[in-house]
Design a protein around this ligand. Structure first.
Ligand code: GDP
Length: 312
């Protein structure tokens, strides 16, 4: 992740080393190189523009002209701006004053929601919480079973329709992709009631996703949101998605108004565009990184550390 962006930026800064003062053409060339590196990393154009504008403004300003070492100063500016587009500061989960804290997951199919539900459950359990996972993805016949497997691996209880006898979930009865095997809104509501009754202090609700943004499923997610009033709605996005990140994120922002982002598959060799675009364009912080298929492969996302890693 980010290796080629990182190499490109470090190469750019190398050219500035040993310069006493930066000329206008030094700054122009640096900004141009940064722009190309970001575009090649699949960062969305509006983000590239805003980023390079900020760098140019600061690199030609007093900040650098007074600096003893302009190269270091430019690196510092790029570091700060990168941190900014990655969300600025670390954002922890908001826990409800009166439990249960309700966390809803949304995102495209295959983005890593179900896997993340298990990881978050395991993490919260380690921290002393008593999470309950709710299988409200009734779109894919296998999704409920998959969440049960994930829950077992994480050592976290799963509330599934057939167990709770809600919604008439038809396991394996229909082909993948066919519509509705029960009422996911009812399942989510019943999951909430279950958490209240059985003293679970956090509820993690997995919802259905589609390969592309789909109006009907977005409405379903919005209905679940209204039914359970979550404290957090986490939008899970595959870091490999590239340029499509913005469009997808904006559709989910409109549809479910998420409160935070989970970047999944950060262990892959994605070029980093999604990571650098989503927080910048939606104004919602990246809260977690999912870094593998295992139940422990989850990290709290720290924008400053990620920027540091990119510029290392
Ligand atoms: P969902 O459809 O959004 O629930 O996505 P899943 O959780 O089923 O994940 C889709 C696929 O991606 C599965 O094969 C997961 O094992 C894999 N996956 C999920 N998260 C990660 C991750 O962080 N890294 C890697 N390498 N694979 C992941």
């Amino acid at each position: 992740m980010f290796t080629s962006l990182s190499d490109r930026l470090t190469g750019t800064f190398k050219n500035l080393r040993g310069k006493g003062r930066l000329s206008e053409s030094d700054v122009n060339k640096t900004v141009r190189d940064i722009r190309m590196a970001l575009i090649d990393a699949d960062v969305a154009l509006p983000v590239v523009k805003e980023f390079t504008r900020a760098i140019r403004e600061r690199a030609t300003g007093a900040e650098v002209s007074q600096a003893l070492n302009p190269a270091q100063q430019v690196i510092k500016i790029v570091n700060e701006e990168l941190t900014e587009i990655l969300g600025g500061h670390t954002r922890e989960l908001t826990l409800a004053k009166r439990p249960p804290t309700v966390i809803m997951l949304a995102g495209l199919q295959g983005s890593g929601k179900t896997t993340f539900a298990g990881k978050l459950g395991a993490r919260l359990k380690d921290e002393g919480h008593t999470p309950l996972l709710v299988a409200a993805d009734l779109q894919r016949p296998n999704a409920v079973t998959q969440l049960e497997v994930v829950g077992e691996r994480a050592g976290v209880r799963v509330f599934a329709p057939e167990r709770g006898n809600i919604g008439g979930h038809d396991v394996g009865g229909s082909a993948e992709g066919t519509r509705s095997h029960g009422d996911p809104v009812a399942v989510a509501r019943a999951g909430l009631a279950e958490a209240q009754a059985r003293q679970h202090d956090v509820l993690i609700v997995d919802t259905a996703g589609r390969l592309a943004v789909d109006a009907e499923l977005m409405q379903q997610a919005a209905d679940i949101r209204s039914a359970i009033s979550p404290d957090e709605v986490l939008f899970v996005i595959d870091a490999m998605i590239g340029q499509a990140a913005i469009e997808t994120a904006q559709a989910f922002q409109e549809g479910v108004d998420f409160t935070g982002v989970v970047l999944s598959k950060l262990d892959g060799d994605a070029r980093g565009g999604a990571a650098l675009s989503v927080a910048g364009t939606t104004g919602r912080p990246i809260m977690f990184a999912s870094t593998g298929e295992g139940v422990r492969d989850i990290e709290v996302f720290h924008p400053d550390r990620m920027a540091g890693r990119i510029l290392d």
